[in-house]
Design a protein around this ligand. Structure first.
Ligand SMILES: [Zn+2]
Length: 319
């Protein structure tokens, strides 16, 4: 069967459980199924149970075992449709829309989306600035919806308005290439400077505004500054690429997501970065929805996330 092209095609295509299993198996194990317990590559396939049995340790495994889909009562067809929507809806997708399209409760949809977002986090160790294009650095403030929120909800969330309204996101964009982002606790030089050095190769040309946080970069980088106050535009020195990314991000956040808790913000930022970074392939050809979906699925097969991690109770520090 041909690869689906639209959301409707995808829903139809992945309504067949065997198609879902084959798709996840192909992307999870490009060289054939491997036993999650011992790594052995020889196995029996128990067709009626849709499981493999390892010839070495005799343990049985499904395609979901050891992935974010494991132990979920939600079937693969629903997971895959939700993933399709998540990576292909330009302004993001809400739990309400997914619940409706997939036929699950909004609470389940919220959980599914959060697991998928977590799994899509790039965590790429490849630094920007390897080519000849400059890297644009900028920060933006996200949030500020607390004023519209009922006081009891604010109290329940135990989020001080100060923090809520001042969540800072840093972005670094290699012109014509990928974007990397970081949600940071404060817009301070010591933080901003460190993140730039962690994410950009020494020697790269870096374009920023006149924010003092960037003032120490010229020891390792060719640092060019745009003075926005003087409306100074020097041909190629600008940060318009990263500013366009901020507008995409904010359109998604204000249109699709009514209120995002600061603790969860980085996942939404990562989600937008994933769509942005995978609009084209390595050769600059536009990716279609089916290709972007397969790429996402190949990245997430094998990642796990517990409910406690999703809700922020362990593992990470909330704001
Ligand atoms: Zn085994």
């Amino acid at each position: 069967m041909e690869q689906p092209k639209t959301l409707q095609d995808a829903i139809r295509h992945y309504s067949d459980e065997q198609v879902c299993i084959d798709t996840v198996a192909r992307l999870r194990w490009p060289n054939g199924p491997e036993c999650p317990a011992c790594g052995h590559k020889e196995h029996y396939y128990l067709a009626t149970q849709k499981r493999w049995k390892c010839k070495e340790c005799y343990k049985q495994f499904t395609v979901k075992l050891g992935t974010i889909f494991e132990e979920s009562p939600i079937k693969l067809d629903k997971w895959l449709t939700a993933l399709w929507m998540l990576v292909n809806c330009k302004n993001g997708v809400s739990s309400y829309e997914v619940a409706k399209a997939v036929g699950i409760t909004q609470k389940s949809a919220w959980f599914v989306l959060h697991r998928l977002r977590f799994a899509l986090q790039t965590g790429s160790i490849v630094k920007l600035g390897g080519g000849s294009a400059p890297v644009e650095d900028d920060e933006t403030f996200v949030g500020g919806k607390a004023r519209n929120m009922h006081k009891s909800r604010r109290l329940r969330m135990k989020v001080r308005e100060h923090n809520w309204s001042k969540t800072v996101v840093m972005g670094m964009l290699e012109r014509g290439g990928h974007v990397k982002t970081a949600v940071i606790p404060e817009r301070r030089k010591v933080i901003v400077d460190k993140i730039v050095r962690e994410n950009i190769l020494p020697g790269a040309e870096v374009h920023t505004d006149e924010f003092v946080g960037y003032s120490g970069l010229s020891d390792e980088f060719t640092h060019k500054v745009i003075n926005h106050l003087e409306h100074y535009v020097d041909g190629k020195v600008h940060t318009q690429g990263i500013e366009n990314f901020w507008s995409l991000l904010k359109r998604g956040l204000s249109g699709t997501y009514i209120a995002v808790e600061p603790f969860h913000l980085f996942r939404y930022v990562d989600e937008q970065a994933f769509r942005y970074n995978h609009r084209k392939d390595e050769d600059g050809n536009k990716l279609n929805d089916g290709q972007r979906f397969e790429l996402a699925l190949s990245q997430i097969a094998g990642k796990r996330l517990t409910f406690a991690e999703v809700t922020g109770k362990v593992g990470e520090t909330a704001f």
